[in-house]
Ligand binder design. Structure first.
Ligand SMILES: Nc1nc2c(ncn2[C@@H]2O[C@H](COP(=O)(O)OP(=O)(O)OP(=O)(O)O)[C@@H](O)[C@H]2O)c(=O)[nH]1
Length: 205
């Protein structure tokens, strides 16, 4: 069974919980508790493969035992970085988060890097009070090798599901999840044990 860990990151009130809840339950409920961080778990079947999905929703307020942004980035296989198109300061925060992900994941293969960070401009239904132009989001995504989405957790159920499904699919194929599959800890230590017992007696051919 494949474990996929995704972190939904971004500034305060951009709609991180709304997007996750929309994906997991189909519903948009308007108000979400934001005083504690939370990992949602869901069992999924994608292309005939069984997956355990973990979705990390940080709390923006200070809360006990909260993971640092660096810890969150090390924990996750893939990232959905969210800003609110009606709030420029949230775009600046998203830019900083994307840059930190890039800095901490410098060793990641380019193909994985391209597919495992999504930049999402949420609250598209508020475009009459827009502060961030679509092209600015597109430009940041292109510069930072992210895929770009602009959508509304409130109004676009299909788009939200498509976006999450794409990320789950990409994360299941690449990056850290692939590494975990390639080197499951059990078989690694078994291989070492077998080598210790038989290694010295083996001849190269
Ligand atoms: N108009 C509109 N409002 C939204 C949308 N998504 C979320 N909201 C509202 O934005 C507010 C914040 O949403 P949350 O999902 O709690 O945002 P968050 O990023 O998880 O917030 P924190 O955990 O406090 O950082 C709530 O009042 C939501 O109803 C959207 O697509 N459109």
């Amino acid at each position: 069974m494949n474990d996929i860990k995704l972190a939904v990151l971004g500034g305060e009130g951009v709609g991180k919980s709304a997007l996750i809840v929309r994906f997991l339950t189909r519903r948009f409920i308007g108000e979400y508790a934001s005083s504690s961080e939370c990992i949602y778990r869901k069992h999924l079947s994608i292309d005939g493969r069984q997956l355990n999905l973990e979705l990390y929703d940080p709390c923006s307020q200070a809360c006990e035992g909260k993971l640092t942004l660096t810890d969150q980035i090390h924990w996750a296989d893939g990232f959905i970085v969210v800003y609110d198109i009606s709030d420029r300061s949230s775009f600046i925060k998203a830019k900083a988060v994307v840059h930190l992900i890039r800095e901490l994941n410098l060793g990641v293969a380019k193909r994985d890097a391209d597919t495992l960070v999504f930049l999402v401009g949420n609250k598209q239904d508020l475009c009459h009070v827009r502060e961030v132009r679509r092209e600015e989001g597109q430009r940041l995504a292109a510069e930072s090798q992210c895929q770009f989405y602009e959508l509304s957790a409130a109004e676009h159920y299909q788009e939200v599901v498509l976006m999450f499904s794409k990320m789950v699919h990409n994360a299941s194929l690449g990056g850290k999840a692939k590494e975990r599959r390639r080197r499951p800890s059990g078989s690694k230590s078994m291989a070492k044990l077998i080598n210790n017992v038989f290694g010295k007696r083996r001849k190269s051919v």
